[in-house]
Write a protein that binds this ligand. Sequence first.
Ligand code: GDP
Length: 468
Amino acid sequence: TSIADSLTRTVESAGNTISETFFEPTLRLGVTGLSRAGKTVFITSLVANLMDRGRMPGLVAQSEARILTAFLQPQPDDTLPRFDYETHLGALMGATPHWPDSTRAVSELRLSLKVRPSGLLSGLQGPRTLHLDIVDYPGEWLLDLGMMDKSYDAWSQAMLTRMAHRPDPDHFLPMATTDAATAKLDEPVAQRMAAAYTTALHAARAEGFSDCSPGRFLLPGDLAGSPVLTFAPLPPVDKPARGTLYREFERRFDAYKSRVIKPFFQDHFSRLDRQIVLVDALGAINAGPRAVEDLRQTLADILTAFRPGTSSFLSQIFLGKRIDKILFAATKADHLHHTQHGKLTAIMEALTRDARDRARFAGAETAAMSLAALRATTEEMISHQGTTLPCVRGTLMDSGKQAAFYPGDLPEDPNHLLSAARAGTDAWLDQDYSVMSFAPARLTLKPGEGPPHIRLDRAAQFLIGDRL
Ligand code: GDP
């Protein structure tokens, strides 16, 4: 399929000549994860480290000194926003470093790598160029896939059930009555309900709940305020009459599916070759059992997107092409001493086990790992009441002060954590487990050094190493 692919892409991307696209392979890498998972920091650090190639020993082509140059080029998709690499890097690398603005919508960046071939022919062949097209998009948008095969009625019932256990600051649930559903459409009422529902989604997100569909309600981009984002779930109505709120919300729900969800999957998602799914597992663990259970369910929902066979909609748009490698990565591992990284990876594996089994079944190679795209801490052993605790030290976000910190111990067996989460236990972890928020560390880099990270090179090896 790869030649056919290159040709299709040539037709699609008016800027490229046939020969360039044909002879210089492209690899489209999707980077996703729920909001705040770490996508922006990951892409920025990956690109910086590939361009400077100072700290990537785990990337085999790099350790063999075969990457000759890596440079940014105009991307092939003219209508897609460019990933704002320079601004994000500037935020992280400035005199007073701060975290960059997070992903709000889909964006793209082309990094071209000039590579000397390996093996027997390396002496005979000149360098090759691989175009790495990195596509950044909110994981929330993948959740919308679950809406594609659902009717408005079924989606409404699922969301209303979930909302019963979630915060509802603007009192959406009391508004979502059968009376309201069967009343005549009144646009201000519709807007108030959609706004209250959106507030509830944001509040749920803030408490660590993950499944907050429709995804565009949280990250609307240029669709903010449009009718296609002005609906909310309603209780079931038997044969709703024309002109009622229920009928109009149902119509908008269908429009959301055909005008928002479908184009995203068709134009962007279906063209990916490789995928990394970033997960702020530590954040959820910190937020407590309900958040972990919600994260587990949400990941399961998100990851159905990587099984085209399960959805007739997806099989149609994939047409036999498939993502062949998927990496599940727990981010922000620098919040933990490295002695705890194995436990975090085990939790990540357990969280995504079902999905990984299924993806493997569908032909994709998968792996789980813990990483920090940008390391904001250093490690330290501190004696405390007769024991030595493995700590991390960094600059605290709130106060700007330096602090060393022991977040507590993750459980040996990840299944304990997950079953405790499922049971909604109050006894959560051994002690008051908590993770601090650290500011990015001030970097003093020598020329040719990329920003420090944890296992970013191994992630790169898994995702693109075989093509270098
Ligand atoms: P996005 O919404 O997925 O684009 O998430 P971001 O990349 O903007 O990351 C969200 C926040 O997570 C950042 O503002 C940081 O506070 C934190 N973060 C992301 N990556 C790292 C990391 O490697 N180390 C640490 N300590 N914090 C991180």
